[in-house]
Ligand binder design. Structure first.
Ligand SMILES: Nc1ncnc2c1ncn2[C@@H]1O[C@H](COP(=O)(O)OP(=O)(O)OP(=O)(O)O)[C@@H](O)[C@H]1O
Ligand SMILES: [Mg+2]
Length: 166
């Protein structure tokens, strides 16, 4: 049924202490991503969205040090890994400025799109969303929600994997 408000999506909440733990979550995500997937990243300034993309790049076999926030360009493209990685940051972008057709090519293309400030994107869906929140010190409370059945089993295994990262 269209717009069924009773539908729910499986999610898991993790407590990740330190940047390396958030990067490990990104690297674990790299094992399950497929071409055309959209990863939505949400959370306040400085919470660790780019850190997660660094881990994702690492897991895809792209050097994590290549990853920079796409401040002056709409999309940073990283090649050379298992799949192309498209890194998009909506912080400074006004959706009306965007060439949505061009953006859709990236979002539904031959690679994985990791989108910071996904909550500012209207009218598109993501396969998996990661919501990051500040906790105390270097701890972050991170909720991963699967909008696609391929990610459901993966998030079920996350609680078991996470202690190894801490
Ligand atoms: N548990 C953690 N996870 C991720 N980053 C952490 C963690 N603890 C500390 N940090 C630090 O927080 C900062 C996160 O910066 P990052 O650029 O990834 O944030 P961001 O969410 O992308 O910010 P912006 O909204 O400005 O793009 C880094 O300096 C990182 O070292
Ligand atoms: Mg960032």
């Amino acid at each position: 049924m269209v717009g069924d408000v009773t539908q729910f999506y499986p999610l898991v909440t993790l407590s990740l202490n330190g940047e390396h733990a958030t990067r490990a979550l990104g690297a674990a995500l790299a094992k399950v991503v497929s071409a055309g997937d959209r990863i939505g990243l949400c959370g306040p300034l400085g919470v660790g969205k780019t850190a997660l993309v660094r881990g994702l790049a690492e897991g895809l076999g792209i050097g994590a040090d290549k990853v920079r926030s796409p401040t002056f360009t709409l999309v940073n493209e990283y090649q050379g890994g298992r799949l192309p990685l498209y890194h998009i940051d909506f912080y400074r972008l006004d959706a009306t400025e965007l060439d949505l057709l061009a953006l859709r090519e990236v979002l539904y293309g031959d690679g994985v799109a990791a989108v910071e400030w996904w909550d500012r994107v209207r009218g598109e869906s993501c396969n998996v969303r990661v919501d990051l929140h500040f906790a105390t010190g270097t701890r972050r409370t991170v909720t991963v929600t699967a909008f696609d059945s391929r990610y459901r089993h993966w998030i079920d295994s996350l609680e078991e994997q996470a202690p190894a990262w801490l």
